[in-house]
Design a protein. Structure first.
Length: 430
């Protein structure tokens, strides 16, 4: 499995790098990354309701970036420094690179700390500024409908999700039944049977409900509980806990891959369905498009990130933000050892704006880049010779046939203008 993962990763990088005789000059990178490894969002007192044994103790409070996660993101920053230095986007000199990189993070501890860790890897001799809203203030860039903006139609969001389930949420429980049963065996031992009590996995069947806060629609019941429990197990493995503690010694890497179906299906339905994705990411995508236009014209654009001289824009948010962008654009990606559209800790959806040398035309390449779970677990050093996993992404209605699936900027822009709903755009959130 490890050899396969390395072969796929190196092959993907080579294919992207050799996509055409005129590979183009890299002009701008917009990176939307998830934070690094954190502790589970729920305290152990909540998680313990659904297992035969207590969950392991974490060294930090719920939802906080760990020291392991911090070092993970330093390693990713070091990789990006080598990658984009080799392509001329970065100079490898502190003052020049400080002027070329823009950081924007949601105002959670884990997102700000992730940006700082990436910065430590990218520019090790300086401390760049990380733009973020004041603590406690909702950032519409990352949580648009929580503001709220555009009065999202939450019943329409429910209908959109139900429409992907044939109007019957029980179908997703049935589809995921083997993974649900496997999770029960991890939680309760070989029998998979909980002790008597009101709180037990898998709980009531899945339903689709209007969302709360920054969600337009939500899955409740079995799939919601499966997400929370699988996420906690994923984090145990990624944190590097002894395998005797990961799922109480009852979870293998292959078993974790199976459970990630529950993770993937929850996000793809609740956050990747078009209407919720449109409501929750139109603002973000509008700002990304303005930033590309700014790089092309060299003139400051209202609502763009940073200034025309900044060539690496790093946005640090959450798994939902990445899935929202995938949903609004119809994107899909895969990595070894995961399920469809993984959103791993530290993984990033990347848009590269390039310019052909032969005719000066601009085009966009879209990638998902992430350490493998094993690389994250072991804090394996990264380099161009030992890269993270890379998945080139085809963008419907605009990508071409080359290995890098390049999309002419005009076509990419036309797609974004079609799917972005201006009612959910807040220009002042830049």
């Amino acid at each position: 499995m490890c050899a396969l993962a390395v072969a796929v990763t190196v092959g993907a990088l080579a294919a992207v790098a050799a996509a055409a005789p005129d590979d183009g000059d890299l002009r701008l990178v917009v990176m939307l990354t998830r934070h690094g490894v954190r502790s589970p969002l729920q305290p152990n007192a909540e998680l313990d309701k659904y297992s035969a044994q207590p969950w392991p103790q974490w060294p930090v409070a719920p939802g906080v970036l760990t020291a392991h996660g911090n070092q993970q993101m330093v390693l990713m920053g070091q990789f990006y420094r080598e990658l984009y230095g080799s392509q001329g986007l970065l100079a490898g000199r502190t003052e020049e690179d400080l002027s070329r990189i823009f950081f924007r993070a949601d105002n959670d501890q884990r997102t700000i700390a992730t940006a700082q860790a990436l910065a430590a890897g990218l520019i090790p001799t300086a401390v760049p500024k990380v733009d973020a809203r004041p603590e406690g203030q909702t950032d519409p860039l990352f949580r648009t409908v929580q503001v709220p903006v555009g009065n999202p139609d939450r019943p329409l969001g429910v209908a959109a999700v139900l429409g992907r389930l044939g109007g019957n949420p029980a179908l997703i429980d049935e589809e995921c039944r083997p993974a649900i049963q496997a999770l029960a065996h991890v939680l309760y031992g070989p029998t998979g049977a909980p002790a008597a009590g009101p709180a037990a996995y898998p709980g009531p069947g899945t339903t689709v409900q209007p969302g709360h806060g920054d969600h337009t629609a939500e899955l409740t019941g079995t799939m919601s509980l499966s997400l929370r429990l699988t996420d906690a197990l994923l984090l145990e493995y990624a944190e590097g806990m002894p395998m005797s503690e990961v799922g109480w010694g009852r979870l293998t890497p292959e078993g974790l891959t199976q459970l990630l179906q529950l993770h993937s299906q929850y996000f793809n339905l609740s956050s990747g369905t078009f209407y919720p994705a449109q409501a929750q990411s139109s603002d973000l995508m509008d700002h990304i498009l303005r930033t590309m236009d700014q790089a092309v014209t060299g003139q400051a654009q209202p609502g763009a990130f940073g200034n025309p001289a900044q060539r690496l824009v790093i946005l640090v948010g959450h798994d939902t933000n990445i899935i929202n962008v995938g949903g609004i654009l119809g994107l899909n990606w895969r990595l070894p050892g995961t399920q469809l559209n993984p959103v791993l800790p530290g993984g990033a959806l990347i848009f590269e704006l390039r310019q052909h040398r032969r005719d000066g035309q601009y085009f966009v390449r879209t990638l998902y880049v992430s350490q493998t779970l094993l690389q994250t677990r072991t804090l394996e050093p990264l380099s161009l010779k030992n890269p993270p996993a890379v998945a080139p992404i085809f963008v419907p209605e605009c990508s071409g046939t080359g290995p890098g699936f390049e999309a002419p900027l005009e076509r990419f822009r036309a797609v974004l203008r079609r799917v972005i709903d201006p009612n959910f755009v807040v220009p002042t959130s830049s």
